[in-house]
Each structure stands twice: as structure tokens, then as C-alpha cells.
Design a protein around this ligand. Sequence first.
Ligand SMILES: *Cc1c(COP(=O)(O)O)cnc(C)c1O
Length: 493
Amino acid sequence: MSFYTSTRKKLDNVTATQAILQGLSEEGGLFVPTHIPQMDFKLEDVLNWEYRELAYRVIRLFFEDIKEEDLRYCIWSAYDEKFDDDEITPLTVAQSANFLELFHGPTIAFKDMALSILPYFMLTSKKYHKENKEIVILTATSGDTGKAALEGFAGVPGTKIIVFFPEEGVSEVQKRQMVTQIGDNTLVVGVKGNFDDCQTGVKEIFGDKAFEKEIAEKNYVFSSANSINIGRLVPQVVYYFAAYMKLVKAGKMQIGEPMNVVVPTGNFGNILAAYYAKCMGLPIKKLICASNTNKVLFDFFENGTYDRNRTFHLTISPSMDILISSNLERLLYHIGGENTEAVTEMMESLKKEGKYTITESMKNELGDFYGGYADDETTKAYIKKVFEREGYLMDTHTAVAYAVYDEYIKATNDKTASVIISTASPYKFTSSVMTAIDSKYEGVDDFTLLEEMHTLIKGDMPKAMDHIAQKEIKHKTVCEISEMKHIVSGFLV
Ligand SMILES: *Cc1c(COP(=O)(O)O)cnc(C)c1O
């Protein structure tokens, strides 16, 4: 049986479904598998499996306490027609690079890969542990996660989801995506404050014991769809196997040969999933970690010190604007000989001094990682260059990865087949992408730019953006920061 322990304390016999229900371990650590499972299939087998079957073969090794029929139900419910491509994660082979597109889900960004399946894992876990209360997901969002969580939980029986966003702090398109959300179990609220105010408000509600008791009497329990839940990480391991198989099928390498992966990174979840795939036996050579100007991770790979004491930059790749990459804690646990005291000390130091340094022996374990970064100007230049040269339009996050990849090839001359993890559709970041191509788009509104982009790249407009300007607005509530709890209470009748 696969069991989970915490990065900060040795635990026995925590099952996968317990870890999913709980989210975070009691002392604040993250759940990690006690043993990273090994592939129990051959790479050749992967060639024959469609995405869902592959997902089943990979996820079952991590979540052994979920019964086969239940796991299949979760996977087949998550990866269905919500995705606009039968392959779920298609590979596009352009002239200079291969792109694994993780943006074919309902919100056209890669968080759909995890958030479309998390609700089903939660329901299954609830059933196994006889938790009869209705799950209420509370989220504060700066844009992307909120919409992906809404799509994931909308209409899922036994759950409700409440999303708070800064009324003035998200783009017009992001706001429209959220306030047009359908589903009786959803509530979207604009807050008169910034993202931090929303986040603090949500944290206060989570920490309010009296309120917890009050809603428990109404048969509700709060939960979070936060990216540190192991139920979000494990489904991300799957697409690295899919990428491998697709590179082989595209004739980029022979089966058995290694590949490199290039991942635009923020919270370190996506690239950690690649590390898990490698530990399972998937032939991955380099894990190339791409950052934007908030290059904490680049510096960490350079000198072994993680230091968040620096200016926070708002960039054109906002989903990577992060100074604390939470999932890195899991890597520290694995490369540090599963030393929970050492991880606890480092995390305390991060909290108190804003930094920590790893040991020499841990540093030696990082040889498979390569860190790089690109600023906004470089990112925009690559969007333009690749579009004009190859006709492939990258979003700003993917372009950060491309820039780092290009620099890596120039520095190393590595001939290994590589895959760039493409985390968002260009339609999601229309303004930055269009002005990168041509400055004449400066100042043009987002909705017009959607149409302009559609004319430029042709093909189908993604469902998420189709007629977005005409969609009916379902959520009109705007509240003061101090009213958030009251709003929650009112929704939970
Ligand atoms: C969240 C996100 C990332 C960063 O992924 P992590 O798992 O947090 O490293 C990159 N690109 C996009 C578009 C995202 O939404």
C-alpha cells in the first residue's frame, strides 16, 4: 500500500485519501509519498494507451487506496469533453521546439489538469472516510486559479465553491470569465481590496474555530483547492509520460532514450511532478526550471541559498510572480535524505529570516536541474521571433520557458530531444502577446484583441473565450473586506 508522510514530521499509515482530505499536515508540512513508486509497466506499453488509460496506470501507483472502479470514474469524469482535444495534452512540433500543450481544458491554462480531477478525488476520499458533510472550497484568487477551481467544482454534487477576487485587481477577461460562471454551487465575489486582502480574509475564515463549528452544525466543512494538495500534484505526473510517448511517435527520439523537460515555474508544482516522473523511471535527463524576473529559483540552483528578501516584480507572466515556491519543500525532503528536522529548520528560517541554505550534499543532488530566467523584454522578443519565423504563437509563460531553453541549448549544445511545457493559451494573455508582436495593439481593449488574435492565428477560438463579451453575468456581489465572512455564512444555508 502506498502511504504518505509529512515533510516536517515522520507519520505512519496516512493513506492517499486521508492526505487529500486533509490537504496540509497538522504541523504545517506537506504530504509526500513514503516511497516514490516505480513504473510497473514498460515504456512500450505507454505507446498504446490513450491519456485516460495512462493516467489510470500512473495515478494508481500513488493512490493505492482508491479502488480501481472509483479511480477510473475520477479520471474519466475529469478528462472528458471539457477538453477541446481528444489527446487532452497534444504535442505541437514547431520548427525549433516541441510544445506539450496543457491548455486545452475549460480555462485554457494548465491548472485545469489538476483542478478538473481534484473534486472527484475529494468526493471519493469523503466517501471512504465517511465524511458526510458537504465540502466548501474557499479560494482567494489573483485570476487564474479561481476560474480553474470554479470550473472543476461547478456542478459537482456534495461540494460548494466560493471564490473571492480583488474587484480592481484582475484583468477584464479574467473577471468576465469568473462572473459568468454557471452552477448553483458556485459563488464569485469581488472584494474592495487587493489580492493580499482576499487571501488574508480567507485565511481568517479558515482559522476561525467558532465559525467552523457554526457551519459544521449546518453540515458543511471547509477545504482548500490549494496547489500543495497531493491530489493536485500526482495528476501532473501523468503528462510527462504522455510527452515522452509523443516525442517518440513524432520521431524525435528512440524509445529508451532520455528527454529534457523545460518548465515555466512559479510554485514549483509542475516541475516537481516531472521530478517524480523521473524518479519513477521515466528517462528524463535535464529538468530545466524557467523563471521570470522573480528569479528566486534561478538563484537557488546557482548557489544553494533560497532568499525571498528582494523586490517583488509584477511581470507579463503573472502566474509565475511568486517569491515562495511552496512545493520546493517536497524536493528538499527528497534530496535531503528525508530529514524532517532539517526541512523544519529551513522552513522556519524561511519564515523568520526569509531565507535558508541547503547543505553541500543536498546541492550535489540537484545536478539534474538547470535554472534559467527571462525578463519581460526578452520574453516578448521570443514571442515575436517564434511567431514570425515558425507561425507558432506562445503565451507569455510558455515564452519564458522557450527563452530559457534557447539559452540552455546555446550554452550546452545539448542534442537531447526536449519538450517545452506550454502552460497557457495565448488567448489567455491577449494583451501582452499581441503587443509583443506589434506595438500598434497598445491600448486596445482585451475583447477587441481576442478577435484580432483570432484573425491572426485562425483555427477555432477556444470555447472559454468564445463570445465571452456577450455571456450573461451571473455574479454581481461586491463586498468590503470586513464582510467576507458574512457573505460565506449567507451562502451556506
Ligand atoms: C500556475 C502556472 C504556472 C506555474 O506553475 P507552478 O506549478 O506553480 O510552478 C505557469 N504557467 C501558468 C500559465 C500557470 O497558471
